[in-house]
Design a protein around this ligand. Sequence first.
Ligand code: ARG
Length: 273
Amino acid sequence: MTSAFQFRLLMLASFCWLGIQAGVITVNSDIPNNLEQQEGRIVGGQQTDIANHPYQVSIGLDSAVLIHICGGSIYAPRVVITAAHCLKGRYAYTLRVVTGLTTLADSAEQGVAVQKLIYHSGYVKKTHANDVGLVILKEALTYSANVQPIVLARTATVVGAHAVATGWGKSDENAQKMSEVLQAVELQIVDSLECCVQYATKQYVITEEMLCAAAEEGGKDTCQGDSGGPLVVDGTLVGIVSWGIGCAQHYPGVYASVPYHFEWIEQQAAVYM
Ligand code: ARG
């Protein structure tokens, strides 16, 4: 006997599956605002050193001191990959990119100036669709042990793969401040259908251009302030920190899929390589 609940789950699963296959899922436009994603610092992570993640950068708002707003990953000497939501509505001259640092407060460091912000034309704030963007630097970075580019993943990541996310975001969703020292957290890639079904109960849609990651044991996630930063599997960039409901609550973190956006990234970056 199928209960109404099972039936509903089945409907959700079919909806998710069809949407993912077709890549054309569009979303209910009445997303309740109280469910808006939390911005975030890594939850349940450990302190790490930039030398272990030399592709990680901080995107800072240029004021009296630099204010960290998002993470990013070095792709080429003048190209940093981040989330569209970190860039939309901002101007290049207000941002700076800090590389090679483990502790952000150390930064008498003023980072490098930004020439241009590029974000995906299909980015939609409400649905978090196509949350990918590039920060083009005015000058080329000089690579060193602590400043290195990361290779992009070209093929879809397997479910259960071990991934690591890094950032200076909040260590829980209610924290007042960002983390001063770079944090790393180990996560696993979550089945997109499962993730889609979970989020469908909250009227959010997981599309094929997103991927989900979480820890089986719970208590680990990216959070506000980690956005735009890297999710890495086997030394390749597979995801860009994008959104989630809460941090390390009952929902996986959602990342823009790098394999999906590979061509967009390559095309946009080509001019600056
Ligand atoms: N939107 C957030 C930011 O701007 C990232 C949130 C990630 N949330 C999560 N539960 N993984 O920093």
